[in-house]
Design a protein around this ligand. Structure first.
Ligand SMILES: Cc1cc2nc3c(=O)[nH]c(=O)nc-3n(C[C@H](O)[C@H](O)[C@H](O)COP(=O)(O)O)c2cc1C
Length: 380
């Protein structure tokens, strides 16, 4: 019987427990590169069975927010090397989340002020990028209208993912997680209400919807090995201007089978049901997600399943015990509790996270959350 503290072999990587730190954008890379401060932040949290880094842009085109540490320049690779060396030196394990935001970007972030790219030329309503406004000030700005990628151009984007995966290996990561969730580029191909293409990537068929994702997985897998790839997906997701669609289950079961057949390491789902950014009136349901995870088990029995989003210790224990998931993730709890594993193990209380400092930059709310201090015994 497995519990939160049982070790797990993740496609050849021995992890000491089933608690993972999910990707958390923290905007602490002043030059879009990781620093020693970023290395300290992750190292403080390295008792997690696995850390998945914050989203790391694979190219300037793939960036939607300033101050995200990317993985496409030599300086960025060197920045991440500081992080992985430090995390590994204390026995931690770390994947990098490879990120292309597609249409959730802004002309001020793109080369020569160009349009962001997507499967479509429709803008993402209500989805904000973090760029420069008309006065040159940095802050949240509405996503710009994208241009639809030409059919022949898509191979170039696939190539950017391959280069980023190569860079990730050079930077010392144990693997890569493709960010195919939350309304970013992969979702823009997977979702039939966004993808309005008429070429072979058309969303009219499930095969067409999945084509871009599978091309990236095949190309990255050929470069670094399928066992070093995880993928983040948000079936029933609505964050990032993603409309719900009827054949969600059919689409994601087909994707799960195709990925399972290829031998990737894991599926990672974010349950958005209770998340603070989820648009009101459009909450997905945790039950539908759970049913899908059970279907993935039958079509992809060798692929590990990660789940996060409103996770509690009790829920994680139950889902792991029942074999529904293999690893449980705690996002905001990890922001505030660097020693989360020890806190769960000892039933110590959790620090609350300060939402005001999630993206502000600097040490406050980043590296200053203390581990739990066991109260000193009272003197007689
Ligand atoms: C500050 C913040 C930044 C986030 N950044 C990312 C990100 O870069 N990539 C991603 O896939 N999810 C991101 N997420 C979603 C988290 O990975 C996680 O799914 C979410 O926090 C729900 O888990 P929780 O309820 O335990 O916090 C972010 C969430 C927060 C709060």
């Amino acid at each position: 019987m497995n519990n939160l503290f049982s070790p797990i072999n993740l496609s050849g990587l021995e992890l000491p427990n089933r608690i993972f730190m999910p990707p958390l954008t923290r905007s602490r890379g002043p030059n879009d590169a990781a620093t020693e401060q970023v290395a300290l932040y992750y190292t403080q949290r390295a008792t997690a069975g696995l850390i998945v880094s914050e989203g790391s842009p694979i190219s300037q085109e793939g960036q939607g927010y300033f101050y995200n540490p990317g993985i496409f320049t030599p300086e960025q690779i060197a920045g991440w090397r500081l992080v992985t060396d430090s995390v590994h030196s204390v026995g931690g394990h770390m994947f990098v989340q490879l990120w292309h935001v597609g249409r959730i970007s802004h002309t001020s972030i793109q080369a020569n002020g160009g349009a962001p790219v997507s499967s479509t030329d429709k803008a993402a309503d209500n989805a904000m990028a973090f760029g420069r406004d008309d006065n040159g000030n940095i802050g949240f700005v509405p996503s710009s209208k994208p241009r639809a990628l030409e059919t022949e151009e898509i191979a170039r984007v696939v190539g950017d993912f391959v280069q980023a995966a190569r860079n990730a290996m050079e930077a010392g990561f144990d693997g890569v997680e493709l960010h195919a969730a939350n309304g970013y580029l992969f979702d823009q191909f997977l979702n039939p209400f966004i993808n309005d293409r008429t070429d072979r990537y058309s969303a009219k068929t499930v095969e067409g919807r999945l084509r871009f994702t599978l091309e990236v997985v095949d190309a990255v897998g050929a470069e670094i090995g399928m066992n070093r790839i995880g993928i983040r997906l948000t079936p029933y997701g609505v964050i990032g201007s993603v409309p719900m669609f009827d054949d969600t289950e059919e689409t994601f079961v087909a994707l799960g089978k195709a990925l399972g057949d290829r031998g990737i390491a894991y599926f990672h789902v974010m349950d958005q049901t209770g998340f603070f950014n989820t648009p009101e009136g459009q909450k997905p349901t945790s039950d539908a997600i759970k049913e899908l995870l059970i279907k993935w088990r039958s079509v992809a029995p060798n692929t590990a399943i990660f789940l996060d989003g409103g996770m509690t210790k009790a829920k994680a224990e139950e889902l792991i015990l029942n074999g529904v998931i293999d690893m449980a993730g705690f996002g905001q709890a990890y922001i505030a509790n660097p020693d989360l594993v020890a806190r769960f193990r000892n039933n110590w209380p959790l620090n609350p996270a300060d939402r005001a400092t999630y993206y502000t930059g600097g040490a406050k709310g980043y590296i200053d959350y203390s581990p739990y201090r066991v109260p000193a015994p009272a003197h007689a």
